[in-house]
Design a protein around this ligand. Structure first.
Ligand code: ATP
Ligand code: MG
Length: 472
């Protein structure tokens, strides 16, 4: 078997002679083997399984690598990490696990290679390649993992019910791999996920969200979102999304299914060549306010007035519950959802320049992402309508660009500062400074004066005098 790149081959050779010297058997195992067999060499992370003493092997290997890499020992996990030319080599001892029903934490004992492969989550992740001199390069595949790779199927090595119940994070991992690799989860395995879904509650939210984010960052996140929904896991993790499901009809008026619409928007934004996790979160949550704003108007139909404001307010709770980061990312998500409907209201030709300048000012550097969201939000199946809607947005983008070139509003900073005002009128900080600053800002955005120091200074003096201030 061809063991990948030259650098990797060198590492494997070093491991094999080191293992031989200290009389241990070693294997490369897990995701790395799966990925080379799939021709998906994406990671430089190597997992090396050894039947024997982990630290002893790592120390022996490190002797042959120049410059000598640092050895990091993780006692709690019984693993040792070596870092070498962008490579991370993790050494782990073979182990067997047994679980207690109420806990995620297994009782770990030393085990054989086969026992270690038994505890792996999927047959395609249980593949090992021997690094022992007598059968170097041999694939050790006790569960027909290679055949599952070819069939694009995710199957657990042992009983699926037990595998998911022992460590319920594996349910998230199943759906994550199904999304990333575009594999099917074996039917009976998926039924076990449905059965065990409530066990996810014993897993820490950070680990759940870690997998969820990997789903969201995949090429086609809707695969995973749909599986999460069908398994019942989505109702536990993100019920706000599930509530969007369904179509109601009244007097011949129907609204769209906002759940499937959202999935489409997330896929669309992912195809927009954005790898931004937070923009994908925006797409995922952009319509969650619709559940609480839905209203029927006779003769008009369904409306969701102010859903973007309601949705934006819901973000804090969700982020807190999921322990997503506070700070700039949540601010960004809230801001984009809050303004998500604004560009649509500006599409008409008669829209004033000042309304567009306000959008530029309010969105700043996030305007480009907002426009990406607007394009992704077009999910109609009617080709004519789709083209027309897209054209409208592109025309608006053109208009925004031209205005920005002329007026430079996007990174706008007031040409006059609070200090300028205090100095001009020889006053201490007070309310009037804010009033004058806002007045100058509004006059610039409304196009009443030009965006430069001279005009702003002149207007400031005028406004100050109106407020009873005297120039120094
Ligand atoms: P990735 O490309 O995301 O790194 P991976 O398969 O390498 O995929 P890791 O989380 O790095 O995933 O785990 C390495 C290996 O450890 C897996 O291939 C699998 O064999 C095993 N493993 C990881 N998590 C679990 C788990 N919860 N249950 C059983 N086996 C697991
Ligand atoms: Mg890995």
């Amino acid at each position: 078997m061809n063991l990948s790149s030259a650098v990797h081959r060198k590492i494997f050779y070093i491991i094999s002679i080191s293992s031989e010297k200290i009389k241990q058997n070693s294997y490369v195992i897990g995701g790395y083997v799966r990925d080379i067999l799939m021709g998906r060499m994406k990671s430089n992370d190597l997992d090396i399984l050894t039947i024997g003493e982990v630290t002893k092997l790592a120390k022996e290997v490190s002797k042959y690598i120049i410059p000598y890499p640092k050895i990091r020992i993780f006692k709690r996990f019984g693993t040792v990490m070596l870092e070498y030319e962008n490579q991370k080599i993790e050494f782990v001892g073979s182990r067997k696990e047994s679980y207690h029903y109420s806990s995620r934490n297994p009782i770990i004992e030393l085990g054989s290679l086969q026992e270690d492969q038994n505890r792996r989550d999927f047959t395609i992740n249980a593949l090992a390649i021997s690094l022992n001199l007598d059968n170097y390069g041999e694939l050790i595949d006790p569960f027909r993992g290679l055949s599952d790779l070819k069939k694009k199927i995710l199957r657990t090595p042992l009983d699926a019910n037990l595998t998911y119940s022992d460590d319920p994070l594996r349910m998230m991992r199943a759906i994550r791999f199904a999304t990333q690799l575009q594999f099917d989860i074996e039917q009976s395995s998926f039924q076990s996920i449905q059965k065990n879904k409530n066990r996810i509650n014993i897993v820490s939210i950070e680990r759940i969200v870690d997998e969820f984010n990997k789903i969201l960052l995949s090429e086609k996140p809707s695969i995973g979102l749909l599986l999460l929904y069908k398994s019942g896991l989505l109702s536990i993790i993100l019920p706000e999304l599930v509530l969007l499901k369904g179509i109601e009809e009244k007097n011949g008026y129907k609204h769209k299914d906002n759940f499937y619409h959202t999935l489409q928007v997330v896929d669309n934004i992912s195809q927009e060549k954005t790898n931004s996790l937070w923009l994908r979160w925006v797409a995922l949550l952009h319509d969650i306010g619709k559940t609480y704003t839905k209203k029927f108007f006779p003769k008009i139909g369904w409306a969701f007035h102010a859903h973007e404001l309601v949705g934006s307010k819901m973000v804090s709770n969700i982020f807190q519950r999921l322990k997503l980061p506070k700070g700039s990312s949540i601010k960004y998500v809230k801001k984009l959802i809050k303004h998500s409907y604004r560009p649509i209201t500006l599409i008409e030709k008669k829209t004033s320049d000042s309304a567009i300048r306000r959008l530029l000012f309010d969105m700043g550097k996030d305007l480009e992402d907002l426009m990406k969201l607007c394009i992704a939000d077009i999910t109609t199946n009617n080709i004519d309508k789709k083209n027309q809607y897209k054209k409208n947005i592109y025309l608006l983008i053109e208009r925004i660009k031209k205005l920005e070139e002329r007026d430079r509003i996007q990174n706008w900073k007031s040409p006059i500062s609070g200090n300028d005002i205090m100095e001009a009128f020889h006053i201490d900080p007070c309310k009037k400074i804010g009033i004058i600053k806002n007045f100058v800002k509004d006059s610039i955005l409304e196009g009443k004066i030009s965006n430069n120091f001279h005009s702003a200074y002149f207007l400031m003096l005028k406004k100050g005098e109106e407020l009873g201030l005297k120039k120094k």
